[in-house]
Design a protein around this ligand. Sequence first.
Ligand code: ADP
Length: 179
Amino acid sequence: MRTKPNIIITGTPGVGKTTHCETLAASLGLTHLSINTIVKDRGCHDGWDEEYQSWIVDEDKLLDEIEEEVKLGGYIIDWHACDLFPKSWIDLVVVLRVNSTILYDRLKSRNYPELKLQENLDSEIMEVLLQEARDSYDEEIVVELTSNTSEEVDSNVARIEAWVAQWIKDNEGAEKEDS
Ligand code: ADP
């Protein structure tokens, strides 16, 4: 049984996942698990997609790579998909959302290829990641938060910190009941 929760921070590229994960990891002492970095550094891919300028992820290899670590608890998973992670690993799924004009500006400044930029904007407008999260996990662990401004980052972080503190308290209680 985990003594610290595992959290997924998901959403369309550019919504602010990394910004949230880094802040939360520092304040809570949890580990920021950037799936992008793992895919790249541990070779969990079938090559590079030139058109999309991204790795073609080998999901089975990725899950094998992180399983032992993540099962210990205390990880904040940073990825623009969530349906690959087994339900039993995950305690909270945060789906970050952003206004499409703001997202356009953020992706434009990253020099995304036009096709990738448009597909990501469409995905945000169509709520693709929110739906994926709701289809993959129990509704009570899926939370939708907006991330248009830095004030919203601060309030989202405070909310997630409070949730983690409560989860740890509840979990300690459960452990005492077991013993
Ligand atoms: P993601 O990990 O979802 O791709 P990032 O955290 O890398 O997103 O954020 C993308 C860009 O937008 C970064 O330049 C970041 O500083 C900025 N940013 C992210 N969230 C916010 C926010 N809520 N308000 C203002 N700027 C933000």
